[in-house]
Design a binder for this molecule. Structure first.
Ligand code: FES
Length: 104
């Protein structure tokens, strides 16, 4: 069953940035794209589990802070080695200035 979980205020994430969100023993990353849309993925890199919220957002790409692997945070696709395995993505909605993500 999937639940919508309140993650943060929309203003907590700056444009072209990412924050960490922990819930139920899991870690997620919430992104705000340069064109002001929100996205969510697993918060740990699929390579060696670094926190992606410590990485760099450029356009639709998150660059892992540990070995500079890259992912498209909109689709989860791995875009640069050593990252090879896709990141899981989650639906996001904005309601009354708050960000919700749908966790399965
Ligand atoms: S832990 Fe992210 S690229 Fe290695």
């Amino acid at each position: 069953m999937s639940d919508w979980v309140e993650a943060c205020a929309a203003d907590d994430v700056e444009l072209e940035d990412v924050i960490r969100f922990d819930h139920g023993g899991r870690t997620f990353a919430i992104y705000r794209s340069p064109d002001d849309h929100y996205f969510a993925t697993d918060g740990l890199c699929t390579h060696e589990r670094a926190h992606l919220a410590g990485g760099l957002v450029t356009d639709n790409i998150i660059e892992c802070p540990k070995h500079n692997g890259r992912f498209d945070y909109k689709t989860g696709e791995a875009k640069r080695v050593p990252a090879r395995v896709k990141l899981k993505t989650y639906p996001v909605k904005v309601d009354a200035g708050k960000i919700f993500i749908q966790i399965d």
